[in-house]
Design a protein. Structure first.
Length: 111
């Protein structure tokens, strides 16, 4: 009986951990849906830039084509390489998302 109770508690803990930290589904009818998705992708680039910086790899920037996407992403990558205060993957993700939302003029994604 103790084994069954322990297994149930472990399954509940694991399911809670898997669900934590992921944004919910974004409804396409939302006015900021595209911006939120874009900032989620930029957040992934920020995280990769952090790992590249941490391993001593050179900065990888996107070709500037006049679009906001390359300009914003390159700005975030440069700042991650320049600022030693960004010292963890979580800080890099938070920084990337915050700067993207600020530069795009959108609200934060619902979590």
């Amino acid at each position: 009986m103790k084994r069954l109770a322990l297994t149930l508690v472990a399954l509940l803990a694991v399911s809670g951990a898997w669900a934590h930290g992921h944004a919910g589904q974004i409804d396409d009818s939302m006015p900021d849906a595209q911006r939120i998705r874009f900032c989620e992708r930029v957040r992934d680039h920020a995280l990769q830039a952090f790992y590249n910086r941490d391993k001593g790899r050179p900065m990888k920037l996107f070709d500037e084509d006049g679009s906001d996407s390359a300009r914003i992403t390159n700005h975030i990558i440069k700042r991650i390489y320049d600022e030693p205060q960004i010292s963890s993957p979580k800080k890099a993700e938070t920084f990337g998302r915050a700067i993207c939302n600020e530069m795009m003029g959108s609200k934060a994604a619902p979590e």
